[in-house]
Design a binder for this molecule. Structure first.
Ligand SMILES: [Zn+2]
Length: 182
């Protein structure tokens, strides 16, 4: 069981485990403070423990965040452009094939550096965006995202009509989607 305790404004994630002593870590990239505590440790005891380590926490959170930010920036821009070019080539090959097969059409498409979604579709203009994250994904997964966004050109939501079209054009799509959640 895991819960968040706020200690002097600091959110701390506490998980009770079968262990003898409290131990504490600061996780990358955001510097989240995570504690494992014995089942019998009271909140009061955990709060005292955290308060006694506040200096260490402050220093470590700052260090972890700085290091993570440096690593995030270290993605070589040339490497990123190569990935983008390769993804554009793959979409350029697959999109017309899927449009042809389904009769669904987008008005245009863009590869964007999106981190929270695989794709998006402007349901008014029918312009489709694909995430650069797809560069690391298989052809089957790319096909799924292309189809998903093309279906949005005629069904804006994820209701029964959306499911029906996905089932018709790609019967195994739910398995592919499940695999992409990791
Ligand atoms: Zn969708």
């Amino acid at each position: 069981m895991t819960k968040i305790i706020i200690i002097d404004g600091l959110p701390v994630e506490v998980t009770k485990k079968r262990i003898k002593r409290i131990n504490m870590r600061v996780k990358a990239p955001d510097g989240k403070v995570v504690i494992s505590a014995p089942y019998l440790a009271s909140d009061k005891h955990i709060i005292e423990f955290v308060r006694s380590k506040m200096d260490w926490i402050d220093r470590t959170v700052a260090k972890v965040r700085t290091r993570s930010a440096a690593q995030a920036q270290a993605v070589d821009p040339a490497e990123k452009e190569a990935r983008r070019a390769d993804l554009k080539r793959r979409i350029g090959e697959r999109l017309p094939v899927i449009e042809q097969r389904t009769g669904l059409r987008c008005s245009g498409w863009t590869v964007r550096d999106m981190h929270t979604r695989w794709g998006s579709c402007n349901t008014r203009t029918h312009h489709v965006n694909f995430s650069l994250m797809l560069a690391a994904r298989s052809d089957t997964e790319l096909d799924y995202v292309i189809l998903h966004e093309l279906v949005h050109t005629v069904v804006p939501n994820h209701g029964p009509d959306f499911y029906a079209l996905m089932d018709r054009f790609m019967p195994g799509w739910k398995m592919i989607r499940r695999g992409m959640k990791n």
